[in-house]
Design a protein. Sequence first.
Length: 281
Amino acid sequence: MTSAASGPVLATDSFLTDNFLTDNPALYERAFPDTGRRNARFVHDLVARFGDGPARTLLDVGAGTGRDAARLIELGYRVRAVDISAEMVAYAREHHPGPDFEIGDMRTVRSPEPVDVVTCLGSTLLHLHDSAEIVTALTAFAHCLRPGGLVVLEMRSGAFLLTERGRRELLDVETVREIDWAGTTYTARTRLRLDLPEQLLRRERVWTRPGWAEEVRQHTAWRLLFPRELRHLLALSGLRTVALFDAPGPLTEPAWPGDGALSGALDGDRLHVVARREEAL
């Protein structure tokens, strides 16, 4: 992993792994200055609300820089965390020594012993574009759980793009951000577009900074999942949906916990799911 002092890693795009931000975890944390506490509180409250007893063990899939996992340890969980990015895992191990961090793929993740909770936040699941692969990942989550254990998911909502507000806020604008890191200002210009045949939300992000001869252009896509479709995929994986709501959540306004009521309108930009592993798989 390249340090901030020596400049960023520039990698070519490939499935899930090579991304300018995730290849440079320190820059990622500068771009998204979150402590992980709101995600941890969100998970902990949902487990207390829908769990069948005290939860002690947790598997965090798509752990990133490890901030959520570290905060979950503070709340009393024994946490194992996996991420597909070697750079992210190395950074997480260095900065958050409590959790057990490993490089891993959500489609093949395993747990040495059944856990009480599996979390997959931040639209991580949506990097899988094929329904069969999503079922493979969800089934892997289910096999990591003890019977009655919970999966907590947080992601973009496909239904939001069926609303006028969703299309206006996501598709009709170019967003521009400037991020100061290691003495340099990086500019990111981002546009989103719909790929209807593939049911994807595609993103093009163009990075520039003083001193670069060329811009860095990267492409990402998220699968758009709709509420009934997601319930079906969970059921195919041996997981029964016990809560599905759009607000409140860690990235909504107002943010979690809000007033404690879970909105079933499902016209917001985030989708939150709690699902329970069936007794037999």
